[in-house]
Write a protein that binds this ligand. Sequence first.
Ligand code: NAD
Length: 375
Amino acid sequence: MIIGAITDNSDLERRIPLTPQAVSRLVKKGAAVMLEPGSGAGIHVADELFVRAGAKLVARGSILSQSDILLRVRKPAAEDIAIMKSGVIHLSFLDPFNEKDLISTLASRGVSAISLEMIPRTTIAQKMDALSSQANLSGYVAVVIAAERLSKILPMMTTPAGTISQARVFVIGVGVAGLQAIATAKRLGARVEAFDTRPVVKEQVQSLGAKFVEVDLGETGQTKDGYAKALTPEQLALQRDAMAKVCAQSDIVITTAQVFGRQAPIIVTRAMLSGMQPGSIVVDLAVETGGNVEGVELNREIDVNGVTLIGLGNLPGRVAVNASDMLAANFVNFIEHFWSKDKNAFALKLDDEIIKGCLVTHGGRIVNPKLLPQA
Ligand code: NAD
């Protein structure tokens, strides 16, 4: 069975799908692994290390046309899909709710496309959960970027010249990225507050030593997969009122609020930004799904009356070494989980709960109920 990895190698994407360690795990299983020469450039890994791990270096076109399983970070380009084998199993982030044409093309070309975003958030699938492995790093990077842009230090410091007070950090949305943002800001010595619509989060926030901001929004809750339910317009208005007060006192605001499969909710309005102290920093981690902050722009830093609004995309790509390690481990864990010893090959078990959750196209059709019109 041939497993091929395609690298994007662009300024926008330095992460790579397979590291030498991941290659050697796949080779041990009995797979033939193919990569392009220069695959490791984004994370400073020489070709020789991939070869030593057992990979074959071949041209991109051959990888695309010969692989039985294709791994890549981002969605495939149409010209790549055109030369893939029919029946190839393709794993990548796909943004399937927004990429309707792409999903139709994958289906019509007979690709079995697995969307990393849709791997179920279950205990057994945790080791394959690329959304979590990358979000975790995003939370860290967001705080580091904000700390670097802020003209203040984060910890309290007592010096002969006087005492510097702690900077205040407010994290809105406490999923995987938000929890890591809290932990990172705490490690840097900030005073941290946080809010999420899912009530279960309160205890997690407190266990990290941060303060949970209490807002009575009425019924909120979460889906069976642990995702937030969308708020009503009235609930969002209530939330904004409460958030405005905390934002006005914060030096750094980090927003990570997302609702699975939907546009991110606007939580911080322009008026709320105007109420913040000049010099404050806002990092919007939801910018790629529309943003939580009014006026945020992808890959731009905007000055709004002295407040810096940062909307940088692909934050895990800024720590591409760790992000690639995590992603490669997620890919290999996925493949190993479904590796059949008898056939010495990956077995696409269509009745498995994990596969049912993340397989979006198969056998010439869109197969995932969440992507079908009636869903
Ligand atoms: P996400 O990226 O979908 O959303 C980030 C956070 O934003 C969530 O905590 C969500 O509740 C919150 N949010 C949504 N609307 C909001 C609003 N208006 N105001 C404030 N916050 C708002 O979340 P995620 O990081 O992907 O995590 C989703 C869930 O999955 C969490 O419960 C997480 O613990 C769970 N999870 C479980 C596993 C597992 O068990 N294997 C693995 C990873 C994540």
